[in-house]
Design a protein around this ligand. Structure first.
Ligand code: FCB
Length: 439
């Protein structure tokens, strides 16, 4: 890799990201069941009906994994706490072993000179809350704020920074409209409510944590760079609808206190009464925005009901997820977000990376090229004045890739899911060779 720390501004942060359910092993330590456990237990929902019960067994291998992060030369470790590990029923009784685990995790980071960057929700909703309607229940913003307070009362004095919810689009649209993630619904009314409540939950948590004096709070969105599959006016309109749902809904709410008309066209009849009154809370100021970027989308129109679009496979090289490799999209997204929504607010790339058909004894050269091209896109954006402050690769190690199970490998470290042995890949060595040189 032809990059060095000197290619980035002083103080630019490099790191890696993971999430609780994808690595910890949810079957241990008194964690309560989640909607991912029940969804995976239903035939056909996840590859080979795989779930996160064991995952990478990170729960028992915490020190070994934190050593890998330190030896990589990472400045930041982005991890998440599991709601159901902390509060097995989602509310009420705390699982002390759960909080102890996160306490050890945070102290383990600090002892190794790593900044702990917490995400409070990365998708595993306690099943007891799912029973009550989960993200479509109007009370969930308050349940989430209460959970946030419980976590932060224990580790908030030591985490470097905290994000509320990972990828609000995935939580709401993917889980309730497309049915590709738990809870696997395909219902526009549940979708509309989840799209609003997930934002309100973000706002309620920010408000609750600010009241406790906690700073450095952020939000994490996944953003696609959207293009049209052809030059027709229909494709342009379809791309605008997709962009409105995927990008504008969440950014518009958080940074402009409004929802885009193109989405209200479809969702307004199903939104909860009085939703307008929540917009100021949703737009409570944050200290930074995290962007997860993987690919671009090519959109065409579709004859079906609203939103009447479909994505089309593009001609570029793809990863094993089938996602096109398009680093220019990262540059474009960064410029667009800063120009249209966030201005001088610090931005962080909270996830970026690729899955490949990795073998433990073969160098993952495609990943090295992917990371280098996307880090180069970050440099271009910084040179153009975008206030990008950090880049966190997805992911530290191969893990449970949700509905795609264990076959999709995103790690810088290979995990043998039989023995659970960790083996750093060539991409890990490539990053370590310059991340370790602290300037
Ligand atoms: C993101 C998720 C992360 C992982 C990557 C590949 O959408 O936040 O957990 O699944 O995609």
């Amino acid at each position: 890799m032809h990059l060095t720390r000197a290619d980035f501004p002083d103080g630019f942060l490099f790191g890696v990201a993971t999430s609780a359910y994808q690595i910890e092993g949810h079957g241990f330590g008194g964690a309560g069941p989640t909607h991912w456990d029940t969804w995976a237990a239903t035939p056909g929902n996840t590859a080979n009906a795989e779930n996160g019960a064991v995952a990478c067994d990170h729960y028992h291998r915490l020190d070994e994994d934190l050593d890998l992060i330190r030896d990589l030369g990472a400045d930041v470790y982005r991890f998440s706490t599991s709601w159901a590990r902390v509060l097995p029923e989602g509310r009420g009784a705390v699982n002390p072993a759960g909080l102890d685990f996160y306490d050890r995790l945070v102290d383990g980071c600090l002892a190794r000179g790593i900044k702990p960057l917490l995400t409070l929700y990365h998708w595993e909703l306690p099943a007891a809350l799912s029973d009550l309607g989960g993200w479509s229940n109007a009370d969930i913003p308050h349940w989430f704020a209460d959970y946030a307070r419980v976590v932060m009362d224990r580790i908030g004095d030591r985490v470097w920074s905290t994000a509320t919810i990972n990828e609000l689009w995935c939580v709401s649209w993917n889980g309730h409209f497309l049915g590709r993630h738990a809870p696997g619904m395909r219902d526009i009314r549940a979708t509309a409510r989840a799209m609003h409540h997930v934002l309100k939950a973000h706002g309620c948590a920010v408000q609750a944590l600010r009241a406790e004096g906690i700073g450095n709070l952020g939000a994490v969105t996944n953003l696609d760079w959207v293009m049209t599959a052809d030059d027709s006016a229909e494709a342009r309109a379809a791309a605008e609808r997709y962009e409105a749902i995927f990008n504008h809904w969440f950014l518009g709410a958080m940074f402009k206190a409004r929802y885009p008309a193109l989405v209200l066209e479809g969702l307004e009849p199903h939104l909860p009464d009085g939703w307008q009154d929540d917009m100021a809370l949703i737009a409570a100021p944050v200290d930074w925005l995290g962007i997860n970027y993987y690919t671009r989308k090519l959109m065409a129109s579709d004859p079906g009901p609203w939103p009447a679009y479909r994505d089309v496979a593009g001609p570029l090289e793809t990863t094993s997820m089938g996602w096109e490799v398009y680093p220019d999209g990262l540059y474009e997204i960064l410029k667009w977000v800063a120009e249209t929504h966030t201005g001088d607010l610090p931005l962080h790339i909270t996830e970026n990376g690729m899955s490949g058909p990795d073998k433990v004894d073969q160098p993952d050269t495609a990943r090295i090229a992917y990371l280098e091209s996307h880090l180069t896109a970050c440099r271009r954006a910084i040179a153009d004045g975008v206030p990008l402050k950090g880049y966190y690769a997805w992911s530290l190690m191969d893990n449970y890739e949700w509905a795609r199970g264990y076959e999709k490998r995103f790690g810088l470290v290979h995990v043998d899911f039989e023995s659970l042995a960790r083996t750093p890949k060539a991409s890990y060595q490539a990053l370590a060779s310059w991340w370790r040189q602290k300037v």
